[in-house]
Design a protein around this ligand. Structure first.
Ligand code: HEC
Length: 101
């Protein structure tokens, strides 16, 4: 019993933490929630990761294509971009573009 309850409690505590993005139910397309772990949809002043919320969808798509092909150097995005096909990338980009800047 305790073994089952403890992880549940731990994740409840994590979700209730100060990261306010976790409060809102996620309404994005498949895959987009894997981006928001790094690219915040709310303002985080000390983040070193570029904000993509509110950017033009076409720009996000271009970045993703170039990361995927290796045309644009990256530390992590090349690997991540390879995990999404064009259709998924378009949907994710459109969703980020619709988020408040
Ligand atoms: C592990 C953290 C991480 C995840 C997850 C992640 N990114 Fe990134 N992203 C970065 C970092 C770091 C950069 C800066 C380039 C680099 O070093 O790879 C970046 C750069 C970008 C850029 C370029 C922004 C600019 O102005 O230079 C775009 C667009 C982008 N990511 C989109 C996405 C999308 C869409 C997803 C989800 C499919 C995603 N990222 C998931 C960390 C992440």
């Amino acid at each position: 019993m305790g073994r089952v309850l403890l992880p549940v409690l731990a994740s409840a505590v994590l979700l209730a933490g100060p990261a306010q993005a976790a409060d809102a139910p996620f309404n994005g397309p498949p895959g987009a929630s894997s981006c928001t772990g790094c690219h915040a949809t709310t303002k985080i002043a000390d983040s070193v990761i570029p904000r993509i919320a509110g950017r033009k969808a076409a720009d996000i798509v271009t970045f993703m294509r170039e990361y995927k092909s290796g045309a644009w150097p990256s530390s992590v995005m090349g690997r991540i971009a390879k995990g999404f096909d064009d259709q998924q990338t378009d949907a994710i980009a459109a969703w980020f573009a619709a988020q408040p800047e």
